[in-house]
Design a binder for this molecule. Structure first.
Ligand code: ATP
Ligand code: MG
Length: 315
């Protein structure tokens, strides 16, 4: 009895604090729409303008508004906006009492993972092309602003009808920061070879690799390299693309404390996994998935390839 009383007092105070935060901040919570490693995302309605927004509240607490403004994600969003294919930050809210920081962003309908999950029939070529074009636009913009994303994956790409916007800038980095980069990087399935095989000697081209994996996934509705662990990730890449030649492996080895040896292997190729893929789209896919980052296509060149009418035999 005593315990249940204490428990209800605790629950009511939590709800009270929560309501205070939301009302003081001027937003009404509608429902939870996403959960990431670092945050929880809810749909909210502004009490000021009546519009709906996504509210991303960080799990990590901080001490001041200045710290909130200095968050990598906030800085990146401010620098990159406005852009048609980048999630717009509407307002930043810092609650002094609890140390929580919330990013009020424009609301999208769903992420690409949710969009293709459970789908049986392939997306029309026109749709794939349109989404890939917008994804490459967002990357071209980011890279030209001197930022790379480091976590391009279906869950971080948001859509609303035909519009695609890149979100989740929590892992991004300046292209001018000197490698090796030591902190957490991208989700395993979308991780480029240079991220897997060097001790942090990667740069903006890693985003193009990840975008290539997404390209395959929205065409085939299956992940391209679903590795179970880091070693299996490399093996899955080699199964399809084959092992790289010795000179490239040598380049990787120079920046890796642990040495590795891969018995030469010829890959099965991508076309077997996606038989109906038009040749120009397949060629672009290969250029985005070039093992050597120096040979990998830039976002800008990928865009002009996507601009060509024949990429998908459509206009
Ligand atoms: N603006 C938005 N509109 C609609 N849904 C959103 C929006 N922003 C985020 N979401 C949803 O919430 C999920 C988590 O958001 P986000 O990826 O930004 O958080 P995170 O904690 O940084 O994630 P991660 O685990 O990838 O690091 C997204 O996958 C998406 O489904
Ligand atoms: Mg995310």
């Amino acid at each position: 009895m005593h315990l249940s009383f204490l428990l209800s007092v605790f629950v009511f105070s939590c709800i009270f604090i929560f309501i205070i935060i939301v009302v003081v901040a001027g937003y009404k919570i509608i429902k939870k729409i996403g959960e990431g490693t670092f945050s929880e995302v809810v749909k909210t309605q502004s009490l000021k303008d009546g519009k709906f927004y996504a509210c991303k509240t960080m799990k990590q607490t901080i001490n001041s508004l200045e710290q909130a403004n200095n968050l990598r994600e906030v800085q990146a969003m401010k620098r990159l906006s406005p852009h048609a294919n980048i999630i717009q930050l509407h307002e930043l809210i810092f609650d002094k009492e609890t140390g929580t920081v919330s990013l009020i962003c424009e609301l999208m309908e769903m992420n690409i993972y949710e969009y293709i999950q459970g789908r049986k029939t392939p997306l029309p070529d026109q749709t794939v092309k349109h989404y890939m074009y917008q994804l490459c636009k967002s990357l071209e913009h980011m890279h030209s602003c001197g930022i790379f994303h480091r976590d391009v994956k279906p869950e971080n790409i948001l859509i609303k009808q035909n519009v695609l916007k890149l979100g989740d800038f929590g892992s991004c980095r300046s292209v001018y920061s000197k490698p090796p980069h030591t902190e957490y990087i991208s989700t395993r399935w979308y991780r480029a070879p240079e991220c897997l095989l060097t001790d942090g000697y990667y740069s903006l081209k890693m985003d193009i690799w990840s975008a290539g994996c997404v390209f395959f996934e929205i065409m085939s509705l299956n992940p391209l390299f679903p590795g179970g662990n880091e070693l299996d990730q490399v093996a899955k890449i080699h199964d399809v693309l084959g092992t790289p030649d010795q000179s490239l492996l040598q380049k990787f080895k120079q920046s890796r404390a642990m040495h590795f040896n891969f018995p030469p292997k010829k890959g099965t190729g991508i076309s077997r996994l996606i038989p109906n893929c038009p040749a120009p789209a397949l060629s672009l896919l290969y250029q985005m998935l070039a093992y050597d980052q120096d040979e990998r296509i830039t976002a800008e060149t990928a865009l002009s390839a996507l601009d060509q009418k024949q990429t998908f035999n459509i206009s």
